[in-house]
Ligand binder design. Structure first.
Ligand SMILES: *Cc1c(COP(=O)(O)O)cnc(C)c1O
Length: 365
């Protein structure tokens, strides 16, 4: 597979066709309205302009990012699409948002007032979402702020209210009673605000049933193959494959240790494969002595500490592995969720941590 990977120690393959297929399958789950593509954090680490273009090609017409500059990075790739900035209106970014017709998710009275003022300066209505806090306590209007808007709807003059949105706290835990409480708080807030379409579910929210449907769903992680239904079979197609090249395989005697601080000791004469990836590539040190790779579908345990540029595996039981072979760290045999579990995190963090040194190869949509 790898003749064009000469000179590279690790290859990240991104399957844009799978991402587009995942968007289509999520759309089929949400008949109440369109499904957006959340492409913040550079498309969950996979390359926002390419991911956004692939989603746009599949028919996606709504995109969300976290920062204004992330919106600018994809604006050309999604010409004409609705583009929302989830982190809200950062002072000083109004002009760029106005110029590129980007909608901030207004999450406080101060942001509402600043955007209304920008509309007066621009001399035209400006698109926005209203972000209502229903339990996350990070961003969004508090119940008191919702009442302040209800008491004085003229505060929204000049704002073209495209959506009222909120964000679920525990959507991936279907029996968490907070889900229903958020649904009810959201309905109550919407009833107090001027009529507008609603945006509710993230990836996992799309699997919570019709009560969580809205006019616009906002999945991110599931598009990229992260399991939106943890503990159940993953309904999404894998979209990422991460391969690291074996640089050397060495024999060590029983009793020898591997890596910094000798945290792993060979219990038997062992063969150690050293692969060309480390924590500088986003393969976190927390994988040390816990992670796993795959070779020919067989699991290969990670032993010793992950170091900056290298990671070591016990391949004693797989005599076929030699220098130049490629270990699969993420792929059809090992999901981002499995990698995350070993490292004590979630698939989101595994993907968004993926580094810049990989040869990136895109399979087109
Ligand atoms: C990140 C984010 C999403 C997407 O969430 P996923 O769990 O990746 O589907 C949706 N809405 C908001 C407000 C977000 O911050």
């Amino acid at each position: 597979m790898t003749h064009d990977a000469e000179g590279h120690g690790a290859v990240l393959e991104i399957d844009l066709a799978a991402i587009a297929a995942n968007w289509r399958s999520l759309s089929a789950r949400h008949p109440s309205g369109p499904v957006a593509g959340v492409v913040k954090a550079d498309g969950y680490g996979l390359g926002a302009p390419k991911v956004a273009a692939a989603l746009h090609g599949a028919g996606c017409r709504h995109f969300f990012v976290a920062h204004p500059q992330e919106a600018l990075a994809i604006r050309d790739a999604v010409e004409g699409a609705f583009l929302g900035v989830l982190n809200g209106l950062i002072p000083g970014t109004e002009d760029a948002l106005v110029r590129h017709r980007i909608a901030p998710a207004l999450g406080s009275l101060a942001e509402i007032d600043a955007w209304a003022a920008a509309a007066r300066r621009a001399g035209r209505a400006l698109p926005a979402l209203l972000h209502v806090d229903t339990g996350m306590a990070r961003l969004g209007l508090t119940p008191e702020e919702v009442e302040a808007v209800a008491a004085n709807p003229a505060r929204l003059d000049g704002i073209e209210l495209r959506y009222v949105m909120t964000h679920l706290v525990s959507a991936e835990v279907p029996d968490d009673p907070e889900n229903a409480r958020q649904r009810d708080r959201f309905a109550a807030a919407c009833a107090r605000l001027p009529a507008a379409p609603r945006s509710f579910a993230n990836s996992s929210g799309l699997f919570l049933g019709p009560d969580f449907a809205s006019d616009l769903a906002r999945p991110g992680a599931a598009l990229y193959g992260v399991n939106p239904t943890p503990g159940r079979e993953n309904p999404m197609r894998p979209a990422v494959r991460l391969l690291a090249r074996v640089l050397q395989v060495r024999e060590i005697p029983a009793g020898a240790t591997v890596g910094y601080n000798g945290t792993w000791t060979a219990a038997r004469p062992s063969r150690i494969a050293t692969a060309c990836i480390g924590y500088a590539d986003g393969w976190h040190r927390s994988h040390s002595n816990r992670g796993e790779a795959c070779f020919d579908g067989q699991p290969v345990p990670l032993v010793g500490r992950v170091s900056m540029d290298l990671t070591t595996y016990d391949v004693t039981d797989l005599p076929g592995i030699g220098a130049g072979d490629w270990l699969e760290l993420i792929g059809p045999h090992r999901s981002p969720d499995q990698a995350a579990e070993a490292a004590g995190t979630n698939g989101y963090e595994v993907l968004t941590s993926l580094g810049r040194r990989f040869l990136r190869r895109y399979r087109s949509a």
